[in-house]
Ligand binder design. Structure first.
Ligand code: NI
Length: 484
């Protein structure tokens, strides 16, 4: 009741301000342009209690991130089904092609209120030497307990499609007066809808779906006034959630946190080891366990095991996951482990432009610094693929690049005993061991790995400790300790 009254007032206000109720055509930029009416006021995931970032990987070519919420099993199932569907279709499309392809799914919270949750999945697929993107927004109505596709936000889809087509045709005239083709808006194309801060309905399309591929992201708005009579009950709740989010004081952007990026001239090229413990890896048999792709649902258990065994490790965390759960990142740091950078969304850096490599690494630096108060000095390139451009960027950002020379082979769930056998069998003085904390069986293997390695006389250290006083250099790639 409160929501309805509140929403009604805002809607009238919005209608009054926009007058004719027709929003201008949307610019094609996909970025934080303040005047862009197609910009969705995404909710900061760190503000959501009980949200766990989830990761699914496949054959070293697919990397899918999605959120898991406390207390909404039906929505969690729908999100998991959606990412499984995308993974299956990707596998079928690329099976036996022999070409290098890659799938990445990132997520944002389009809305989070006591009534509704909206999750927007952005899928990137690398094929034929370039990236293509698609968007899909899934909704959850807490009142009905149902997961709802974007189409479920409206009760009159044909009417909304007509308004959307009208907007697209206006853009067409402005952008390309010579074009006589009419964009085709199918029901399937209406699978990513949300609301902007004014309560306008924002409809986003996949690359190449309704316009020339060169246009990139295409999104249009249907004004709040026009959309209101066409919305379903869930749609009205979603609209109210966007309006309420817009009225809340903004969460300060990461760049405004105390740990602001230092100017590039001040970035250290030579990275000294942290205050060292009694262990000297020049004489002792040291092994550095590294965990990547988290934080995730098993990270807290892993930290419990490491604490119990008095062992320290290095965590290469994914920026998007870290931003969603900064508390666990803070705990990793507080318990004496090294928090390091594994890029924002786990894209293969060799397939990105230099500016996107910079963006991926520096956004993650900001998220990790906001959580721990310290800027990381280590990064691991996804799949171990760096390349000269990424090395140059890493040098500018003050990051040494760390790969591995012992791989636990645990990209998929594997029996803990197999993981123990492989790691313990291949460990040597100066080894950097790669493991994935996102798998339960990997975490289950850790206690036995620690015991076995110690029994064989190994000291367990962090990656910087492996190099001791020799230190590590920004921009250089390290795959094992100096004794190897
Ligand atoms: Ni990884």
């Amino acid at each position: 009741m409160h929501i309805k009254r509140f929403f009604g007032g805002i809607a009238l206000l919005v209608a009054g301000l926009t007058g004719c109720g027709v929003t201008p055509p949307a610019p094609e930029l996909d970025g934080p342009v303040p005047a862009d009416p197609t910009r969705i006021p995404f909710v900061a995931p760190a503000a959501v209690q009980g949200l766990t970032p989830m990761t699914v990987t496949d054959e070293n070519s697919a990397y899918v991130l999605y959120p898991h919420f406390a207390d909404v099993p039906a929505f969690n199932r729908a999100l998991r089904q959606e990412v499984d569907r995308q993974l299956t279709e990707f596998r079928e499309r690329t099976r036996g092609s022999g070409l290098r392809s890659e799938l990445t799914v990132e997520w944002r919270l389009a809305a989070f209120s006591p009534q509704v949750i909206g999750v927007r999945l952005r899928t990137g697929e690398f094929a034929d030497g370039g990236w293509g993107h698609s968007l899909r927004t899934l909704w959850y109505d807490r009142g009905s307990g149902q997961a709802v596709p974007s189409k479920g936000l409206v009760k009159d889809l044909p009417a909304v499609k007509r308004l959307v087509l009208d907007q697209l045709l206006r853009r067409e005239r402005i952008g390309d007066p010579g074009s006589g083709t009419r964009p085709l808006v199918t029901d399937e194309a209406m699978d990513s809808m949300a609301f902007n801060a004014d309560g306008d309905l924002v409809v986003e399309f996949d690359d190449c779906q309704v316009a020339a591929c060169a246009q990139g992201r295409v999104a249009v708005t249907v004004s709040a006034e026009q959309a209101l009579p066409l919305l379903s009950r869930t749609g009205r709740l979603a609209q109210a959630a966007a309006l309420r989010a817009a009225l809340r004081p903004a969460v300060p952007p990461l760049a405004q946190t105390p740990a602001t990026p230092s100017p590039s001239s001040a970035v250290p090229r030579f990275l000294a080891a942290p205050p060292s413990r009694a262990v000297d890896c020049a004489t002792a048999k040291c092994v550095a366990l590294t965990f990547e792709d988290g934080p995730g649902p098993h990270t807290a258990d892993l930290l419990d095991i490491l604490r119990k065994e008095h062992a320290r490790a290095t965590f290469f965390t994914v920026g998007l996951n870290a931003a969603a759960d900064p508390d666990i990142v803070r705990r990793i740091h507080r318990e004496g482990h090294v928090v390091a950078n594994h890029t924002w969304a786990h894209l293969d850096l060799t397939k990105l432009s230099s500016s996107r490599v910079t963006d991926s690494l520096s956004r993650t630096q900001d998220a990790l610094a906001a959580a721990t108060g310290e800027r990381p000095t280590l990064a691991r390139p996804p799949y171990g693929n760096a390349g000269r451009e990424a090395e140059a960027v890493a040098e500018r950002l003050g990051l040494a690049l760390v790969t591995w020379d012992v791989d636990a082979g645990d990209e998929h769930e594997r029996a803990p005993c197999e993981i123990v056998r492989k790691v313990v069998g291949e460990a040597h003085a100066g080894a950097i061991v790669r493991m994935h904390e996102i798998h339960r069986t990997t975490v289950e293997a850790v206690a036995a790995i620690l015991k076995e390695l110690r029994r064989k006389g190994f000291e367990l250290v962090t990656v910087p400790e492996l190099y001791g006083d020799a230190g590590m250099r920004a921009g250089r790639v390290y795959s094992s300790g100096p004794l190897d």
